[in-house]
Design a protein around this ligand. Structure first.
Ligand SMILES: Cc1ncc(COP(=O)(O)O)c(C=O)c1O
Length: 428
């Protein structure tokens, strides 16, 4: 893509640069302090779940289908919580463990299980020498941090518009027994917003891993987070696996982090009966039983999948205008300049922005200098290293609409200025 700045004469480019430097100086003088960095729900969104706090009192019946929420027991979580979690993912409650408030925590526990104890009777990874995980990139930085923290080698895999490049995935998974896992966010992926196509889901289910202890880490964090229209449909990978007569390939995770309260919700994992039996053995050494009072409040508040969908419609009313504003501001500011592309998802928490080659770090730094914090450039890549330095993750949910508008105005000026500076540098 040749940018409008690259097409300008020297005099036109100098004039554009001077104008943009002036705009940047004006913005700097405003001394803004805005944050578009992390994908957090806004206070308006978390307020939607505050009535949940009124549902349990000292007078409440704390039992759920014969299980006492206020005591030890039910290591896989309350029956109603397992039923809700299973209904949301379309799986059998018998294969679900609802544990803790963070799905990332459960992912860490599963990786740790492979590292310390081993999976499916294989030696623990800590005794196997080099171990690798595939990381579709751009992806979720915290996934990559989990495996990096164990010294596992994170291998980037290209993300396409319908999911990871499955030719690359197949080549690694089926030929290299050091590859033990792949991180996936199959619906409204962080940060691209991509939902994996049926073809990609089927290709995942059809994998014949070289390593018996290879698993797909299917993080369905945004399963119910549609904010536009009917949303995207994701094939149920467990249905595809059973159609193909396969098992023991997928660990699926989800949580209510961005349904109710981040870090005070409920999180769960589901897998095949064999895999769940193995994970349960590992989990049972970690805790007697999970925190169930919060689970009880959640099921009394959300009730069932329809209740969750209704609640998510209220989230959508708050979130959709923010995502629309991102599209409006980026289109108005950048569409004619051929400097960037960006995603326009139907759900999730992010817009993924691609600037000119070699621009992302400079744009994030300049935006910060002008008072707007963004996710660090490169963060969505293993080891923080975006090979082309083009990708920036925009997280529009937390700021107010007014703040978001200001932040995007700053971002647009920063993108233009960096693109113009790059065009100038090319001519030097
Ligand atoms: C893809 C993805 N998975 C997991 C999480 C964290 O979920 P939890 O709070 O349940 O650990 C996030 C949070 O941003 C996320 O984007």
């Amino acid at each position: 893509m040749t940018s409008a700045y690259q097409k300008m004469t020297d005099a036109e480019l100098d004039a554009a640069l001077a104008d943009l430097e002036r705009q940047a100086a004006d913005l700097r003088a405003l001394d803004l302090r805005l944050d578009m960095a992390r994908g957090k729900p806004s206070p308006e969104q978390t307020a939607l779940s505050k009535p949940m706090l009124d549902l349990l009192t000292s007078a409440s019946d704390l039992s759920d289908q014969g299980v006492d929420a206020d005591n030890y027991g039910a290591p896989d979580g309350l029956p109603s919580a397992r039923a809700l979690a299973a209904e949301l993912l379309g799986v059998d409650p018998a294969n679900v463990s609802v544990i803790g408030s963070s799905s990332l925590n459960l992912m860490y526990d599963c990786v740790e299980n492979g590292y310390v104890h081993g999976i499916a009777g294989e030696r623990p990874w800590c005794q196997q020498g080099t171990v690798k995980f595939l990381c579709p990139a751009p992806g979720y930085d915290r996934h990559f941090t989990v495996t990096e923290s164990f010294g596992i080698e994170n291998v980037p895999v290209p993300m396409r518009e319908d999911g990871p490049d499955m030719d690359v995935v197949r080549e690694y998974v089926e030929k290299d027994a050091q590859v033990k896992g792949i991180w996936c966010v199959p619906k409204y992926a962080n940060p691209t917003g991509v939902t994996y196509s049926d073809e990609v889901v089927c290709a995942f289910a059809a994998l014949r891993p070289a390593a018996p202890d290879f698993r797909i880490y299917w993080d369905n964090a945004y399963a119910v987070h549609t904010f536009r229209g009917e949303g995207d449909e994701l094939l149920n990978i467990f249905d595809v696996l059973s159609e193909q007569g396969k098992k023991n390939l997928v660990y699926e995770f989800a949580s209510t982090a961005k349904v109710t309260f981040p870090s005070s919700g409920m999180a769960w994992v589901t897998a095949s009966p064999d895999d769940m039996a193995e994970l349960r053995r590992s989990f049972s050494a970690m805790r007697v039983s999970p925190e169930k009072i919060s689970q009880l409040a959640h099921v009394r508040f959300l009730r069932d999948a329809d209740g969750v969908r209704e609640h998510m419609r209220r989230h959508a009313e708050i979130v959709a205008p923010r995502f629309a504003l991102v599209q409006e501001k980026l289109s108005a500011g950048l569409a004619d300049l051929d400097v960037a592309t960006w995603t326009d998802p139907n759900g999730g928490y992010f817009v993924s922005f691609e600037g000119p080659e070699g621009s992302a770090k400079a744009i994030v730094a300049l935006t910060a200098e002008l008072g707007v914090k963004l996710t660090g450039a490169g963060a969505p890549w293993p080891y923080g290293s975006d090979p082309r330095d083009t990708n920036i993750r925009i997280a529009p949910t937390y700021p107010t609409l007014e703040e978001l508008g200001q932040a995007l105005d700053v971002f647009v000026v920063a993108v233009k200025l960096v693109a113009a500076r790059l065009a100038k540098a090319e001519r030097a």
